[in-house]
Design a protein around this ligand. Structure first.
Ligand code: ADP
Ligand code: MG
Length: 923
């Protein structure tokens, strides 16, 4: 062995041959399985065993440990049980790793090269992406002076993988140039570049350490100056190319920090250039070739174009540029070697070509566009990318390292998070070996760090707020068991087990001197109102007032009517506070409250008005909280001293969301419906099938039942929507005659609305046409049909709530969703199908979260507030849990964030995050 080769046991020729022999046993079954597009894959049995055995035998024969060998062993685990697509991926990986260890036939090398494109991160991912391509795709090309070629299969394994690293070929000892290679050596394929050094940078090597970061700042002043550096305007960055700068600025990224948060939408692996002969028509490819000739030409239309002919030892490729600007005409010099990237198409005479490829001349140093995994941004065109990447890379190299790490070091270490500077850099330029698809899904360490940070600060804000609330003095109500039994006894039914549990949790909180801050979550119709009522009566019995705030007038009236019924004979006065303060009834209601005579207030946000005096307010119940600006929540609460707060929501918030948005609240759940509910049969119809829906509805009406027909209304001022509902009502009056049809919408006066609702309740009106104002209220057990028009415009959770309006009586109920599929598209259709298949609000909420994002679910989208920028609550649930644990632990240990290790976080909370988190600044 040549000197300088590492390793405790230099592989002797005999041992190497034997090890290779054991591994070679894998070749026939592999070829068998992969031939004809994996045709025989189903007949590949017990491969797991075979693979494991081969690796073990190779090791026993003295094969040095290497990443590729370890990867092979890892891929054996569970192989036989994998689904077919995964098997294909793993086999490609196996072929790749094998090809770095022993010579393999071309078909396996090709498989390895393809597999690389869609290889998913597995235990062996790093090894794959590092070793496969180098061996499979770069074949010697003789740029100058026809070097002799070497078989590319004699490659060692990945660098940084132990003793074998510096040996070019652990088993065959046939590499050359060992003496010249620095320790930790480059893959031997690079040897072909040896005679023109610059290209040595082309192949990025996995395992290269990130450039070190400057030492962390220790004083506030240092941190401030570093933060200022990141807040620096792009316009002030010296020598920044104006074109990419403009691209960023147009999109609102004015500072370096903002530019760095222009996250890539995809990545391309350009760590490996392929042989020209290996490029396939229809694929995206990166290749390296020598310019043979350039030829200006004309298109058929007469417009100018430029053809450039490239070649290497394996084949040829034409580059085509349309309407080339003058600099392009001068770009290519014969004999020069260039890198190209683009889609391979079939050109004239069946020759392969690339139109408008990205081009870079091979040059020394670090390139932003080749020899690495490069970012692809959403928006800018392909031809704009090279300059944009150059700018981004500069920012990553020169400014990102100075980003202040706001996460406490202990958290970073415990949760194994990258440093801020590295995370920013790797988000744009992932380290070699990264799986591009993974990176695009943001499932890389860089994004883990960034997502963690975002969720951590959200949770930190919630934790601080929760602690703040806890410390306020609150009211300790009388919640003796006899009291609780007494207030529950006012209800005309027995509470379900779930209701009793929830009431128990609420009562426990109310009995304590700290203010309660609790979320009561329950599916539509689960009986939250009854629980809330009991809680309100606990407050009243202790001598306090209680207020219930509902999102719509109709719902407020509904609650008031229900509760007055329950209060009969209890000697407690209830005041319904309406939107207009005028009118005798309103004056009386407000006076009764101000004088403390009325103990229960029910209303909409009218409750927030100045002249609604609630001096003895002890408990605030907020129904359907997500419809209120959270700031309103705070205002109502401010009316009392420090009242207990109960937030009710029918939106079946997945746990993730509850943690993210209500993370400061304790959580009760009613997970069971009161007895006597019947499941609602749901059907989706296309626009043209509306008749069928009407026929079904008519049958119910004829049987004496009632129906709702709901039209969407995004904003109550949208005239066209209103027109839709109005003309719909007229049409339905004809369709359903002689059954009476009534219309209720947000622009009616309160009395008008109430009149229509009263006639519907009494059964005088059979069909109630409504805009979404009825979404969260209305309890008419005789109604058994819900028709929703333009169902595609509703969120699934909204539809679920609408559906909850029926199925309240004994009769079997129907929910008929009429959708304009042309507008909705296939995705919309699929989305609505969820409604047909499940009644489970939780499942529906998860689907909604997955499909439409959480803003939709919480109804905050219109408000334009964007709480989370990179975290995705659906995807990042696990990270959220971790971030929450850390944030709450920190606040527990250091409530003022006054310890030096928390100083950066405290500053960041007040500066970087304050604005975005204000959404959460409640109560
Ligand atoms: P939510 O507010 O959770 O949507 P409601 O409180 O409006 O549900 O309850 C839905 C219906 O069920 C109402 O008619 C209510 O009177 C009734 N209800 C509530 N709890 C019970 C119970 N334990 N037993 C029987 N009916 C109940
Ligand atoms: Mg309700």
């Amino acid at each position: 062995m040549p000197a300088g080769v590492g390793g405790n046991r230099p592989p002797g020729g005999g041992a190497a041959a034997e090890a290779a022999h054991h591994l070679a046993a894998l070749v026939p079954p592999l070829r068998f399985a992969v031939r004809d597009g994996f045709a025989a894959l189903p007949r590949l049995t017990a491969f797991e065993e075979l693979l494991r055995g081969a690796v073990a035998r190779a090791r026993a024969a003295g094969a040095p440990d290497s990443a590729a060998l370890r990867a092979l062993a890892a891929d054996a685990d569970g192989f036989d049980r994998l689904p077919a697509p995964d098997k294909k991926r793993v086999l490609a990986r196996v072929a790749g790793n094998l090809s770095t260890l022993i010579p393999v036939p071309d078909d396996l090398r090709e498989l390895a090269a393809r597999g690389r494109v869609d290889a998913r991160r597995g235990p062996a991912a790093a090894a794959i992406s590092s070793s496969t391509p180098t061996s499979s795709s770069i074949k010697p090309l003789s740029p100058r002076g026809g070097r002799e070629t070497k078989p590319s299969t004699a490659t060692p394994t990945t660098p940084a993988s132990g003793p074998s690293v510096s040996s070019p070929s652990p088993w065959k000892g046939q590499g050359r140039g060992e003496g010249r290679r620095e320790p930790g050596g480059a893959p031997p394929d690079l040897a072909i570049w040896d005679d023109h050094e610059p290209a040595g940078t082309l192949l990025a090597r996995p395992g290269d350490p990130e450039p070190p970061l400057p030492p962390e700042p220790t004083t506030r002043a240092e941190r401030q100056s570093r933060r200022a550096r990141l807040r620096q305007k792009l316009a002030e960055v010296p020598r920044a190319h104006p074109a990419p700068r403009a691209l960023l600025e147009e999109r609102g990224h004015l500072t370096v920090e903002q530019a760095l948060s222009f996250w890539p939408k995809a990545y391309q692996d350009r760590t490996v250039a392929r042989r020209l002969g290996d490029l396939r028509v229809g694929e995206e490819g990166i290749a390296l070739g020598q310019v043979r000739a350039t030829r200006p030409a004309r298109m058929r239309s007469g417009k100018p174009m430029l053809k450039v002919e490239l070649s290497d030892a394996s084949g040829r490729l034409d580059l085509v540029f349309f309407n080339p600007p003058p600099w392009r005409m001068r770009q290519f010099a014969a004999g020069e070697t260039i890198l190209v990237s683009g889609k391979v198409t079939e050109g004239f005479g069946g020759r392969r070509q690339m139109s408008q490829p990205e081009v870079e001349r091979l040059s020394p140093g670090d390139s932003a566009n080749f020899g690495r995994i490069v970012p692809v941004y959403a928006g800018p065109a392909d031809y704009q990318h090279p300059a944009l990447r150059k700018l981004m890379k500069r920012l990553c190299d020169e400014v990102a390292p100075f980003a202040v790490d706001d996460l406490p070091r202990s958290v970073r270490e415990r949760r194994q998070l990258l440093a801020a500077g590295h995370a920013l850099r790797q988000a744009h330029f992932p380290p070699p070996g990264t799986d591009c698809e993974h990176a695009a899904e943001r499932a890389t360490p860089a994004f883990r760090r960034l997502v963690f940070e975002e969720l951590f600060f959200l949770q930190l804000a919630l934790a601080l707020r929760r602690r703040g609330i806890r410390r306020d003095p609150g009211i300790a109500f009388d919640v003796a068991p006899a009291r609780v039994a007494e207030v529950a006894g006012l209800l005309p039914f027995t509470l379900t087990g779930a209701q009793r549990r929830a009431l128990g949790e609420i009562a426990r909180d109310m009995g304590r001197p700290e203010p309660m801050n609790r979320l009561l979550q329950g599916d539509v119709g689960s009986g939250k109102t009854a629980v809330a009522f009991a809680a309100m009566m606990l407050a009243v019995r202790s001598g306090w007032q209680a207020a219930l705030m509902a999102p719509t007038e109709i719902l407020a009236e509904q609650h008031a009517r229900t509760m007055r019924g329950w209060l009969e004979g209890a000697g407690v006065e209830l005041a319904l506070v309406g939107a207009q303060a005028r009118g005798k009834g309103q004056r009386a209601a407000r006076q009764a409250l101000a004088a403390g005579r009325a103990r229960i207030a029910v209303g909409t946000h009218a409750l927030l008005e100045e002249d609604v005096g609630l001096d003895r307010l002890g408990l605030v119940v907020i129904d359907e909280q997500h419809r209120f600006g959270v700031l309103q929540r705070a205002r109502l609460i401010a009316k009392g001293g420090r009242p207990d707060v109960l937030v009710m929501t029918a939106t079946p918030i997945p746990r993730t969301l509850a943690l993210a948005v209500y993370g400061d609240l304790d959580h009760s759940k009613i997970g069971e419906l009161p007895p006597g509910r019947t499941p609602v049969e749901t059907k989706v119809y296309g626009d043209s099938q509306r008749r069928k829906a009407y026929d079904l509805a008519r049958r119910e009406l004829d049987a004496g039942r009632q129906a709702y027909v709901v039209y969407p209304l995004v904003a109550e001022s949208e005239k066209s929507d209103l027109a839709d509902a109005t003309s719909g009502a007229a049409e339905l009056a004809r369709v359903f005659a002689p059954h009476a049809v009534g219309l209720v919408h947000g622009q009616l006066k309160a009395e008008e609305k109430e009149a229509v609702m009263a006639r519907f309740r009494s059964g005088e009106i059979a069909v109630l046409v409504a805009t979404t104002v009825i979404e969260v209220g209305v309890d008419v057990p005789n109604a058994s049909v819900m028709i929703v028009e333009h169902a595609e415009r509703f969120g699934l959770s909204q539809l679920h709530q609408l559906r909850g309006r029926v199925g309240r009586g004994a009769a079997k109920s129907l929910c008929l969703l009429v959708a304009h599929f042309k507008r909705a598209g296939d995705e919309g259709r699929e989305r609505l199908r969820v409604m047909e298949t499940t009644q489970d609000g939780f499942e529906i909420a998860r689907a909604d979260l997955r499909i439409r994002g959480w803003g939709e679910l919480l109804g905050t989208r219109q408000s334009g507030q964007k709480l989370l920028e990179i975290a995705d609550l659906y995807r990042d649930e696990a990270i959220l849990e971790e971030a929450r644990e850390e944030a709450f632990a920190i606040v527990e240990a250091d409530p003022e964030l006054s310890r030096p290790e928390h100083a950066a976080a405290a500053e960041a909370l007040g500066e970087r995050w304050a604005e975005r988190l204000s959404l959460g600044q409640v109560g």
